[in-house]
Ligand binder design. Sequence first.
Ligand SMILES: [Zn+2]
Length: 336
Amino acid sequence: MMVILKSAVVVMCAGVLAGGAALAAGQNTPSDVPPVIDVHVHAMDESFPGGGPMCPNEAKFLASDPKTKEAGFGWDVENCTPKLYPAAKGEYLKDMKAEMERLNVTAVVFGDAASVKKWRDAMPGRVIPGTSFTAGMGAGRVPMDKLREAFTTGGFKVMGEIGLQYEGLSPSDMSVDQYFALAEELDIPVAIHMGTGGSGRANISSPKFRGSMGNPLLLEELLARHPKLRVQVMHAGYPMIDNMLTLLQANSHVYVDVAGLIWSYPLVEVNRYIQRLVEAGFEDRVMFGTDQMEWPKLMGYSISIIQNADYLTPEQKRDILYNNAARFLRLDQQAK
Ligand SMILES: [Zn+2]
């Protein structure tokens, strides 16, 4: 997860998974909308309290003076039409269900068991459940036996979002190795926050966060210890493109998602980053994601960035929006 942008509230997520993914279009989905998989959604049941309308892809981070009262985020405030609005109180899940049906989206939804269940109940067949051993932005840990249960009998399919960077910890830190060993043993893919989180004011909003702990190459020792581990680098290690490409070149079990970064950094920069990943030869490892937490229309907006990318072929767009995630999550095999 990311620090929530353009809002005074700082959040991090930890996730839990839900059952099999039915990918057939529902009755409210127009028949000509091809399926999309969003591999990075958080199981909120309300838009973030305190959050407001948001303009995506703002162009600048602004300097501030420690002598003044500084906001917890450093994006400049821009105007756009239309802004993305939070859902009305009590309406978020209903709005998300309508959006996911309209856009034909199946999502990996991360959260604890109760939160993810709400999503599964609200939109059966569109939720792939994910949960993690990290508890939000704190250093709390879910007990191993609970985690094993979640992935053996609890229906969870992805271990994430693993937010060690917010604790200032490397994913290769030995204190968390047992969790990755469990994922490897159970053949559960892991989804790890790497890279983004730069709100421009990390020193204020998340004092334990370390940009350096999002370096994709920090995954190398973990991958060496667990050679069968399947890894989703959340936020694609943004903005460390050279190290991200180095890791992808060395490890073919590693995929990336473009969640968060796709709507929260300057648009030219976002497109340049995705283009670089694809043109470096990794078009079969880039997965679409949003980091959906607050604004129901964010999902459609984020899909449109891929759809409008003039540097991607129609086939590459489908790979990013669906095929790569279906392969990574082995959805075709689950359906059998
Ligand atoms: Zn994240």
